[in-house]
Design a protein. Structure first.
Length: 279
């Protein structure tokens, strides 16, 4: 290489109208990550990833993910996705598909499988993010996306799915939580309100359990990003990452039947409020 820096050609990509000339003049240098997609799953198998989009840039995204070490493939339609998703470890799903609404595809997959799904939404569309999460996506990311951010999000999901959340004392089993009508079972990863099961994405469950396990503690946004999203300790929390927290809190409030369970502390973060707790 003669000491020259290696630059990844798809440092910034877009599911939609992305073309090479839309990339900034100086491409972002992307070195292989220490925990990249090439890290095998338990058993030594490479992560199989399905990119679902009907846009012309889909193959470029597939090549981008292969560069990061994933065994990536493309599906150009919702119908094809519903036929093939079972063979993959992660689904990257553009909610704007040519044949079937992407949210409907997500709901159909989630009704039959727990495969991780990352939804792609239009930039700054809070409604799309909320709808994605409510449909069953584990995470969502805005278009255009940054490769390193997407890979980090995929890796975080895979760590939770195959390794589980780390606990300070590995010998200590997570305890079941009950707050009035709300029951949270960390072993079954089940949430019930008045006996009624409430569907949760992985991140929603992790966020709710963290807050509810320490009811009156105020968690800063930095703490939430580190403990739920595995954000690097000390790294700056971007506006986009902050919106991710807001989106998940909004979705949780809706699913739990009201905003009283999770209280926003202006300028700080959030805390859980159980029945009978003081504001």
């Amino acid at each position: 290489m003669n000491g020259a820096a290696v630059r990844h050609p798809h440092a910034q990509s877009r599911l939609g109208d992305w073309t090479p000339e839309h990339t900034p003049g100086v491409a972002e240098a992307v070195a292989p990550l220490s925990l990249g997609g090439g890290d095998p799953l338990p058993g030594g198998r490479t992560v199989r990833l399905l990119v679902v989009s009907g846009c012309s840039a889909t193959e470029q995204v597939v090549q981008d993910m292969r560069w990061h070490g994933f065994d990536a493939h493309a599906a150009q339609s919702g119908a094809t996705t519903l036929e093939e998703y079972a063979g993959y470890d992660v689904i990257l799903l553009d909610i704007e598909l040519p044949d079937i609404d992407g949210l409907a595809v997500c709901r159909a997959i989630r009704s039959a499988s727990d495969v991780p799904i990352v939804g792609f939404v239009s930039e700054s569309s809070e409604l799309d993010r909320v709808l994605c999460l409510e449909a069953g996506c584990d995470d969502c990311i805005e278009k255009p996306y940054r490769s390193r951010e997407l890979v980090a999000r995929i890796n975080a999901i895979l760590r939770r799915v195959h390794g589980g959340p780390a606990r300070e004392d590995p010998a200590e089993e997570p305890r079941r939580l009950r707050h009035g009508p709300l029951l949270i079972d960390p072993v079954a990863r089940e949430v019930r309100v008045d006996g009624r099961p409430v569907d949760m994405t992985r991140k929603e469950f992790d966020l709710l359990y963290l807050l509810a396990a320490d009811p009156e503690k105020v968690f800063t946004r930095e703490e939430l990003m580190i403990r739920v999203w595995e954000h690097p300790d000390g790294a700056e929390i971007s506006p986009r990452a902050s919106r991710t927290i807001d989106t998940h809190v909004s979705s949780l409030r809706s699913k739990l039947g009201g905003g009283g369970w999770i209280i926003a502390i202006r300028g700080v973060g959030f805390r859980f409020r159980g029945p009978g707790s003081a504001d």
